[in-house]
Write a new protein. Structure first.
Length: 290
């Protein structure tokens, strides 16, 4: 399936294919693009309402495809991936599902790029199965005990209205970014899938009950995978201080912090983000990057 069929907004010049695979009994949707002979890179989207692999990463597909074979799965409860109604949608649920996806794809020793909830999921894989990951990129990543502030309520308390989606996207982006009405409408429509709505409500409820989406800092500090920490300096979801804290905890980490950018670095500044990630990966012979 071409990217034009999958997305109504900003089609990329590369051919993006839609695929499904069974990951421990869960039908899992993922997108691929680029040359399969190149080293793989895994892009894991964030956890906002209506989030999909295409919605998060479409602006970077043609950029990453220059150096890598791009694989962008959709997490449990999102997009076209299974949305079982009998689970809690805890962080362990997402970590275990994403590792099952990597196993089903026969992928190991590969770079993971995770945005927000996808970053926490990538970090969780490194905690449990460090050998599965060559390099880790945490972009506006969840995983630390971030204070839940009133500014975050449009995300945690999203009400499934078009007005609510406007507020959600405003909370996720920096002061220089303006989403098109087409983008807002498409993401709002994606959030209205009945099973997805139940899954999102459960996931956000679990996060509120836990007081956030966080691991113990001593567990984070045990991760030795080579890591790039990327943050928008105007991110109100994962403020800059938490990116710096990741740097302090992760022994083998490098940081890149971007002015006037919010939580959606890959959407607000796709070219700069891809360039920084590719440069980081290219400096590690283990990734096989060109």
């Amino acid at each position: 399936m071409s990217v034009n069929t999958l997305s109504r907004t900003q089609p990329t010049p590369v051919d993006v294919k839609s695929n499904f695979i069974d990951a421990s009994g869960l039908k899992t949707h993922y997108l691929t693009c680029g040359d399969p002979s190149k080293p793989p890179i895994i892009l894991i989207h964030g956890g906002g309402a209506g989030a999909t692999a295409m919605g998060n990463w479409q602006g970077t597909f043609d950029l990453f495809a220059k150096t890598h074979y791009v694989i962008a799965p959709e997490m449990l409860g999102f997009g076209q991936t299974a949305k079982p109604q009998n689970i809690a949608y805890s962080q362990d649920d997402r970590v275990n599902h994403m590792k099952a996806f990597l196993d089903a794809m026969d992928l190991t020793g590969i770079p993971l790029v995770g945005n927000s909830m996808g970053g926490a999921t990538s970090l969780g894989i490194c905690m449990k199965w460090p050998e599965a990951v060559s390099d880790l990129v945490l972009m506006g990543s969840a995983g630390l005990n971030v204070e839940i502030t009133p500014a975050m309520m449009p995300i945690l308390g999203y009400d499934f209205t078009i007005e609510g989606m406007h507020k959600l996207i405003s909370a996720l982006t920096g002061p220089l970014y303006t989403a098109s009405e087409e983008n807002i409408k498409a993401r709002h429509e994606g959030s209205l899938d009945p099973d997805g709505r139940v899954a999102y409500t459960k996931a956000m409820g679990w996060i509120r009950e836990q007081g956030g989406l966080a691991y113990a800092e001593e567990e984070i500090s045990q991760v030795k995978n080579r890591t790039l920490v990327v943050n928008g300096k105007d991110d109100i979801v994962v403020p800059l201080a938490y990116g710096i804290r990741f740097m302090e905890l992760l022994e083998n980490s490098t940081g890149y912090f971007m002015p006037h950018i919010g939580h959606w670095v890959m959407i607000e500044a796709p070219e700069e983000f891809a360039e920084v990630v590719q440069g980081f990966l290219a400096r590690n012979p283990g990734t096989g990057a060109a």
